[in-house]
Design a protein around this ligand. Sequence first.
Ligand code: UGA
Length: 454
Amino acid sequence: MRNVAVPARSSVVKQPSSRDEPAVPPLLLLHQHDVPVGALLDRPDGVVPQLPELRRFREQVLHRLVGRGPVGEAGAQFGPDPPRQRDVGAGHRAAGFVGSHVSLALKKRGDGVVGIDNFNHYYDPSLKKARRSMLAEHGIFVVAGDINDGKLLAKLFDVVGFTHVMHLAAQAGVRYAMENPNSYIHSNIAGLVTLLEICKLAETQPAVVWASSSSVYGLNEKSPFSESDRTDQPASLYAATKKAGEEITHTYNHIYGLSITGLRFFTVYGPWGRPDMAYFSFTKNILQGKPITVYRGKNRVDLARDFTYIDDVVKGCLGSLDTAGRSTGSGGKKTGPAPYRIFNLGNTSPVTVPTLVSILERHLKVKAKKKVVEINGKNPKLGWGGRRKKGWVGLGDGLGWVGLVLMRWRVIMTWRVGFYFCWVNIRLIRQFCLPHQHLTDFINGVGRRLTASD
Ligand SMILES: O=C(O)[C@H]1O[C@H](OP(=O)(O)OP(=O)(O)OC[C@H]2O[C@@H](n3ccc(=O)[nH]c3=O)[C@H](O)[C@@H]2O)[C@H](O)[C@@H](O)[C@@H]1O
């Protein structure tokens, strides 16, 4: 048993699977019995169960639930050292927006996935719980736990020989850092270090893919962004913690031989999205007849974002997992150099915020009440400022699908924004917002009216 003091948050992790038999993530089965993992793993006496004890327990549960025999019988893949026949993915913040989509995609293609999510209250946790239920329907178990909980992580790693860690657990949102700066340090720095400590100590270290952010480009005015651009001028605390994450992961790569892939996301949107993001809150406010605040940079420059559709991000995440080289360390000791990669994961067609608003207006058939707030483009309180673009530079080197996505994106960006933000979203919004009672009323009313007139 490892003795690592850690804090944690949420994640998706890959479990070893067999090509002959479908992967059966043990913790998923526990979930089906509605047994809280904490209660299973943490005994009242505070004694951490030893590994054989956990394995025995897991085998008993598996046997009961799916008729697989204990070690030595049909279920030999659950034996003391499950063979790592194939990289399988899982992730942090599995019930988060990106995490839930990635978990689902991994599961659908046959990977074993165990998720972790702390179900915090940054936005309505009922949305996260709805995502968890959706994942459970697909056989994906999400542990309610925090990546700052090193004991829990260590126990999970003892039970499941994760081959990959998809780390998507973070305090998200750029502007919330003004309200709650410490939550960014807690999740994006302390939580990350805790997770990396556990990964580094694993006998066979997993490859780590994690979410950085386009916000690391900060005050950089060169466009489009390339991974080789300077990233030492963050414009928000959020960006600073993501930049710190890139440096921290580099350290673990250099000292301990962890395979690291950092993905710089660009304003990801889509079904089951985050209510704090502009496309979501604008839609809600417009439909409710409430004013929206449209930020504008200095000299009346419109802000823009390289909105990236979730399906493309999922492909990027899976491509990153599939192409991640192996970690070389074991038990905290490096045995050779391991890959360290950073990729932009956006597209090449920035959309200005006013354009976003006009698309919403057009499709919602409601005029937005706009309050334009001019900000200093370099004011970290209100966002990154300036026009934000991205570049695919570097991504194509490692991920074969990128060229395709890029071409497709160029062609369909315009209608896609309209389509996903509005048309179908009148229907999809029901899905986005279903757990939010305060939203369902207007969606049922306005949504029905609008879809009826489509
Ligand atoms: O991918 C990224 O790098 C980041 O994308 C989003 O951050 P952001 O791009 O600021 O997304 P939104 O909050 O949806 O804002 C989009 C645009 O709308 C503007 N905005 C936002 C809110 C508002 O009330 N008014 C307004 O004009 C923002 O200034 C920004 O230009 C996510 O919230 C971050 O967690 C993520 O790291």
